[in-house]
Write a protein that binds this ligand. Sequence first.
Ligand SMILES: C[S@@+](CC[C@H](N)C(=O)[O-])C[C@H]1O[C@@H](n2cnc3c(N)ncnc32)[C@H](O)[C@@H]1O
Ligand code: SF4
Length: 368
Amino acid sequence: MTQVSSLYLHVPFCKHLCNYCDFYKKLYDPNSNQIEDFHQFLSESWQRHDILMQEQNISWAPLKTLYLGGGTPSLWGTKGAAFLGNWLKERLTLSAGAEFTMEIDPGTWSTEMLSAWKEIGLNRISIGTQTLDPNFIQIMDRSHSLDESYSLLDYCHQNDWNFSLDFLLGLPFSREKQRNIETELNRLLSYQPKHISLYILNARSKYPHSQSMPDDEFIREEYLFVSEYLRKLGFVHYEVSNFALPGFESKHNMKYWQGQAVAALGPTGTGYFPQAEGQALRYKWKVSKAELEKEELGPKETALEEIYLTLRTNFGWAPRQLTPALQELFKRWEVLNYGEFRDGKIKLGSLGYLMLDSLMDDLFRLGI
Ligand SMILES: C[S@@+](CC[C@H](N)C(=O)[O-])C[C@H]1O[C@@H](n2cnc3c(N)ncnc32)[C@H](O)[C@@H]1O
Ligand code: SF4
């Protein structure tokens, strides 16, 4: 019987709906029953999830990773800590040393709330800083001020929290307003984060500033600059969008990238259960009721995912069959400084990460 020791929980409300964000969320109204409805959703989906696990012959092991994403999990507040603490106690155990992460919007926290979460095991925080430039925090439609970002960063630094920062690149008007990412990075680094997630802004066609986005060359320079800057300071660029000091990689996200079992609850939460002989099941929760959509993956699909996911990370991809054409391709990638082929494994570097989609096309052309 396969065991699952990781759980993602999607918390679907936000204080404000930022105009660039595609994650599933609803505007939070403190006078509504949203939180109670969410609790109801979790309880109902737990029952449905139990059935799924029986069907798939999967059982729970003590949790090694628990990740609260959103939306804005920090808005769940002390009420959330009380609910989840009891809820977990009745159903699951956290193993000793489990990584328990919560995403926090800098405008939605208090010391009381963080203490309540710490008491139920929270030990890692992912802070949605995005930018530390006063012009860009406005352009990015964030509801929090820079002072609120600084005060959370200060608190985490002073109280020895293990925390990660989200930092956005490729922002609209970056050239016109001469965004200085080095200054922003230095300020962020002064709080000594152990982990940084670096996202290139993905703008939909209806994004209000879609006509003012920087070009690909500008974004490429920003990305490579940040990567080199952080690597010089000892950070490892261990995944396309993630940097960590050694030992501080996100254990939870590693499970996804390594194709291991991750359960999920909460609207749009997506879980993955690998099975024998290259089969796997992916499932996603619907938003209006505790029902899920299932997607069965066969050996071809999981093999392709394995290539894509291992190339995204510094584990690298070890092809089972190293054909002369593949060897030739890897040599070309090395010459172009996309990555390194050693001991039967191809590992991409920052330039390779940036080119990942076109490198996948190279592989498809070889019939992989
Ligand atoms: C669920 S949100 C983070 C938690 C919290 N709601 C917040 O915004 O502070 C996760 C992260 O996704 C990133 N993100 C959201 N929309 C994005 C987009 N369109 N392109 C790139 N990154 C995006 C942001 O950096 C954000 O911090
Ligand atoms: S607060 Fe976070 S999840 Fe909510 S809309 Fe903004 S970026 Fe998206």
